[in-house]
Write a protein that binds this ligand. Structure first.
Ligand code: GTP
Ligand code: MG
Length: 193
């Protein structure tokens, strides 16, 4: 299968929705708690480890970062939520930015919500899912860091979450082992059809 993400390039990071690239084509937003592995997943989709900055320290991504996949498609890497060291002012700005982005962006097709397989479905994840529902944005649930748990741990976590999400399927990934990204690509591509 041809990797549509292979030529992904960084466009720009913005802190104000008015500065975002033109609202055209199809956009997919990467959301999740800080340190969940959003930026690492973006790099795995594009097979380019240097594309998005990743870090052990939570709060690495501080702006809405736009990446051009093709002329028609963009991926949008969001700062993580649930990062306690962020100042209240910054948090407030980020909330406004996300609210504006989800309300105004016509090209937004779906959100991809990344959760560490060891700590899935935290309150902030559920709030994010509700936020998507309120804005009429479908979401894809992804469990990250599967290399950190046993295969029985993976089955258990998947089953638990699918039950809690009313059988909506989740995709299990590992940026370390490059697992699950073909499946995620296919799921994203489905939104383009
Ligand atoms: P913020 O930008 O702070 O919101 O974080 P993020 O969600 O973009 O996380 P990032 O991709 O920067 O990854 C956080 C840390 O987890 C880094 O140290 C990554 O190397 C590590 N990590 C991400 N994905 C995986 C994975 O699948 N397996 C393992 N073992 N580590 C991972
Ligand atoms: Mg990041």
């Amino acid at each position: 299968m041809q990797n549509i993400f292979a030529k992904t390039t960084f466009m720009q990071g913005v802190l104000n929705i008015n500065k975002a690239p033109p609202d055209e084509g199809c956009e997919f937003v990467l959301a999740g708690r800080s340190n969940a592995g959003k930026s690492s997943a973006l790099n795995c989709l594009a097979k380019n480890k240097k594309l998005a900055r990743t870090s052990k320290t939570p709060g690495r991504t501080t702006e809405i970062n736009f990446f051009k996949v093709t002329d028609e498609i963009k991926l949008v890497d969001l700062p993580g939520y649930g990062f306690s060291k962020m100042s209240l002012d910054k948090k407030k700005n980020l909330d406004i930015l996300l609210d504006n982005y989800f309300s105004l962006r016509q090209s937004l097709r779906a959100a991809i919500i990344f959760m560490d397989i060891r700590h899935p479905l935290k309150n902030s994840d559920i709030q994010m899912m509700e936020f998507c529902n309120r804005h009429g944005v479908p979401f894809i649930s992804v469990l990250t860091k599967s290399d950190k748990v046993s295969s029985s741990g993976i089955s258990k976590a998947t089953k638990d979450i699918e039950e809690k999400l009313d059988s909506q399927s989740v995709i299990v990934t590992s940026s370390k082992n490059d697992e699950g990204f073909d499946k995620l690509s296919k799921k994203i591509i489905k939104f383009l059809e």
